[in-house]
Design a protein. Structure first.
Length: 212
């Protein structure tokens, strides 16, 4: 699993499914990511949002990229691209107090994201285990199938919460995921296990009002 590189957005702006571009550091960040990924893969899945799609296509040019709406970041609805500090208190307080269950106006709750992501991830795992990929498996692929998912912080935290049975409410505290992080998931006899291959810290991200 790969989180997208640094998005082109000012600090303090609320964003989820806004189709943000990438910054000038894209190629240097992608070069670091590439060091931790297999050259030959059997399938590449990506969020259709530009910051993920560009990275997936850059890392695996010539490979068929399967875009999945279910892998998009949380829908921020009426708050999309608004300044966090300018969102009305009567709107944001209920969500901040219970982001698992309270939906952003015209958007999603964190549980909404988790449920759609979990279903999509389970389908990908089933395909991985069965080998029934819709795309053609490279002739020089190894005996083990390898799948790459390029997505967002909330999506990857949802998957990690799912496979580790971590309460969703604790996912931001338990899983610190910086832009461009690479997480490897492997199948063991006792289930799916994960390993952090790369997680280079960038400037601190801002995903809430400054007074919270």
């Amino acid at each position: 699993m790969v989180r997208h590189t640094t998005p082109a957005v000012e600090k303090g702006i609320c964003y989820g499914q806004a189709n943000l571009d990438v910054t000038e550091s894209f190629h240097s960040e992608a070069a670091i990511i590439r060091q931790h990924l297999p050259e030959i893969v059997t399938a590449v899945y990506s969020s259709p949002l530009l910051r993920c799609k560009l990275l997936a296509e850059h890392l695996y040019s010539g490979q068929s990229i399967q875009l999945k709406d279910e892998l998009m970041e949380i829908n921020c609805g009426n708050w999309e691209l608004k300044v966090w500090d300018e969102i009305p208190k009567h709107e944001i307080d209920p969500w901040m107090n219970d982001l698992l269950n309270v939906r952003i106006p015209a958007g999603e709750s964190y549980t909404d994201v988790y449920e759609r992501v979990k279903e999509c991830f389970n389908e990908i795992v089933e395909l991985h285990q069965s080998g029934n990929y819709s795309g053609q498996v490279p002739a020089d692929s190894t005996e083990f199938s390898r799948t790459v998912i390029v997505a967002h912080g909330g999506v990857i935290r949802s998957i990690l919460s799912h496979i580790t049975n971590t309460p969703l409410v604790d996912s931001f505290k338990v899983f610190t995921l910086h832009y461009g992080c690479v997480i490897k998931i492997v199948q063991k006899n006792n289930g799916l296990q994960h390993e952090v291959l790369s997680n280079i810290a960038h400037e601190k991200e801002t995903h809430k009002p400054t007074n919270i």
